[in-house]
Design a protein around this ligand. Structure first.
Ligand code: ADP
Ligand code: MG
Length: 445
């Protein structure tokens, strides 16, 4: 793990020095930490890997906020359809949300009110300004054509224009940066934000003087102490070269049969989209070897991605000696009978897959901690995503990993469930950006 951490740290450095690196270390143009006094009404649109959400966030300062939201499920087809359709759907959802909440009984959106919108678009984008973002590549199983290489802010604005709404897109935000900022708003000890959801990623605050690749923007002339939040996009660590992370043959199959072979090497060992699939591939391998489910019809479990990562959580938390949850899971979803020994094996396997994911995640966190020198004074790490919040013991395993890497000092680094970064974080960043513009700071960004 320490060897992985060292390589990870070097990779992070490289991404700050030069543009176009595998781990792109993207400056987000979120300048510095929130004060905690940000206030007002803001809209947030969150295009995650699994859901689309529209939120109205009311910030009331002193680290306090209220949130109203509507969730829409994204279908697999929508992730692959032409990009214009995807953005039309986003705009339709925002329009529907506003119509439903204008002058409703809570009076949450007032007639004629102009609203700033933060768009949480959690895919790697390069940004020259905070209200622009060019998609580098889709991740998390998205493939919608005609979006890679284009400005998603413009695509979204075009879709929104059809609805004539009093909404201004103020910032393109990554959920990771959102989690970092939203959690710092309520707990200033927070120094790192991480996501363990469909994908995995991290963000932290970096001194502009250390980000060599943006020297040409001359930001230090305006403020020599300036800091910018960095969206690491660390899911790409070890992509293509596969030099640092040990992979099993199942990891290789996940990679080769994905829509982006070679890419997101770190993410494919960790994230919610893939853990269930790794488990399924092990099971299918044993079926092929004639070890499991002899004489039973196994076609359901042979369908790629039919084994949700949530099943690993269920299996790990089965409290019964007979492992009744696992019986139910296999009969209900896959029409398969299991023996007790098989169920115990499945549970052991899910522990292995979940534990590896958590320990590799600890390596990533450790790389940032070590790079920033946070170990002695300690820091809080805000973590979001279903894998972190719902997978039993995930956080404990990350902490255990940090102690294995750093020794007892590793206990100074504590993860906690993040505030809603994609909603609240997006709103705070919209507020910070508005204030910065009013103060005429870093106007080019
Ligand atoms: P998003 O990435 O869209 O923001 P989430 O943070 O909810 O969404 O993450 C969704 C991912 O989490 C999916 O890959 C899903 O398989 C996984 N997941 C959902 N529920 C659980 C659970 N109980 N345990 C582990 N993983 C889960
Ligand atoms: Mg999310």
């Amino acid at each position: 793990m320490r060897i992985i951490v060292a390589a990870f740290e070097e990779t992070l450095e490289l991404g700050l020095q030069k543009p176009g690196q595998v781990v792109p270390m993207i400056p987000t143009f979120v300048f510095g930490w929130p004060t905690g006094q940000e206030s007002g009404d803001y809209l947030a649109l969150d295009l995650g890997g699994t859901n689309l959400r529209v939120c109205l966030v009311t910030l009331s300062g002193e680290g306090k906020f209220e949130l109203t939201q509507t969730k829409y499920r994204l279908t697999e087809e929508q992730k692959q359809e032409d990009g214009s359709k995807l953005f039309d759907f986003c705009a339709d959802c925002v329009a529907g949300f506003i119509r439903a909440h204008i002058g409703d009984k809570d009076g949450s959106i007032k007639e004629g009110q102009e609203l700033a919108l933060g768009f949480t678009f959690s895919y790697p984008c390069t940004q020259d300004r905070i209200d622009q973002g060019t998609l580098i590549r889709w991740t998390k199983g998205f493939g919608a054509p005609n979006v890679e290489g284009r400005d998603v802010a413009e695509l979204f604005r075009n879709a929104m224009a059809k609805h004539h709404l009093p909404v201004t897109l103020t910032a393109i935000i990554n959920d990771t940066t959102g989690a970092l900022i939203a959690s710092h708003y309520v707990n200033p000890r927070t120094k790192i934000g991480v996501i363990f959801g469909t994908g995995c990623n991290a963000a932290y605050m970096e001194k502009v003087e250390k980000i060599e690749k943006i020297n040409h923007l001359n930001l230090l002339d305006e403020d020599p102490e300036a800091e910018i939040a960095i969206n690491c996009e660390w899911g790409a660590f070890d992509s293509f070269v596969h030099q640092h992370l040990p992979r099993t043959k199942y990891d290789q199959i996940v990679d080769e049969s994905s829509n982006k072979p070679g890419e997101q090497a770190f993410e494919k060992l960790i994230a919610g989209r893939y853990l269930g699939e790794i488990m399924r591939l092990v099971i299918c391998d044993l079926i092929d070897e004639g070890v499991l489910f002899l004489g039973q019809n196994t076609y359901k479990i042979e369908i790629p991605y039919s084994f949700d990562t949530a099943f690993l959580s269920l299996m790990e938390s089965d409290p019964t000696d007979e492992l009744l949850t696992i019986i139910g899971l296999f009969t209900f979803f896959f029409g398969l009978e299991t023996t007790l020994a098989e169920r115990q094996f499945f549970r052991a396997l899910s522990r292995l897959i979940g534990r590896r994911a958590a320990r590799l995640s600890a390596c990533g966190i450790a790389a940032i901690v070590s790079k920033k020198g946070y170990l002695d004074e300690g820091c809080a790490v805000a973590a979001d995503g279903s894998l972190y919040s719902k997978y039993p013991g995930f956080a404990d395993r990350v902490h255990e990993g940090l102690v294995d890497i750093f020794g007892v000092k590793g206990k100074n680094i504590v993860t906690h469930h993040a505030e809603d970064g994609s909603g609240v974080g997006s709103a705070i960043i919209a507020a910070m950006t508005k204030k910065r513009r009013d103060e005429q700071k870093f106007m080019k960004c």
